[in-house]
Design a protein. Structure first.
Length: 174
């Protein structure tokens, strides 16, 4: 398989006893992307490649199972693994995801244009990713969701954040 380019999902916690895992989707086409028999390159690379054994949706959550990971214990070893597709097989929606190396050093401004700091990290979490912002008074973690991070301008190397009251001030007390 060609060199991987885009993250399409990140594996979360195991579900049940038969090796299924929850996933955080990073694609707008999960039905087309997750098909039994599909093979994924992984980050970290030593956990893969992974071949999809089964896919189902339970209460709105995608549950995937992979060959060679038949039980809960084996599935737990996959937690935090990113599933990738190579650039040749990526679609436009896959290309919209962000990797930490894409964002490091971007200026971070509030919606009113006030300079807050710069991106110093991207923490991938099972529920939601966190954007780490280095400010003059300390680091602040901002949930990387559209409501709080409405704009990422690659060309200007700028991220606009709209944090709730108190979030930025908490970082200043450190």
């Amino acid at each position: 398989m060609a060199e991987a380019g885009f993250v399409v999902a990140r594996i979360g916690r195991p579900h049940g006893l038969r090796g299924e895992v929850t996933v955080q989707l990073h694609t707008d086409d999960p039905e087309g992307r997750f098909v039994a028999g599909e093979q994924f390159v992984t980050e970290p690379p030593e956990r893969g490649p992974l071949t999809l054994r089964s896919v189902r949706v339970h209460q709105g959550v995608y549950l995937l199972a992979f060959d060679g990971h038949p039980d809960r214990e084996a599935a737990e070893e996959l937690r935090g693994t990113r599933l990738l597709v190579d650039e040749e097989h990526a679609d436009e929606d896959d290309a919209e995801g962000w990797r930490e190396e894409d964002l490091l050093g971007f200026d971070v401004v509030l919606v009113d244009g006030t300079h807050l700091g710069s991106v110093s990290g991207l923490h991938l979490r099972p529920v939601q990713d966190l954007l780490e912002v280095r400010t003059p008074r300390g680091d602040v973690l901002v949930p990387f969701v559209e409501e709080l991070v409405p704009e990422v301008d690659e060309e200007a190397r700028r991220v606009v954040v709209d944090p709730p009251p108190g979030l930025v001030e908490l970082g200043e007390e450190r």
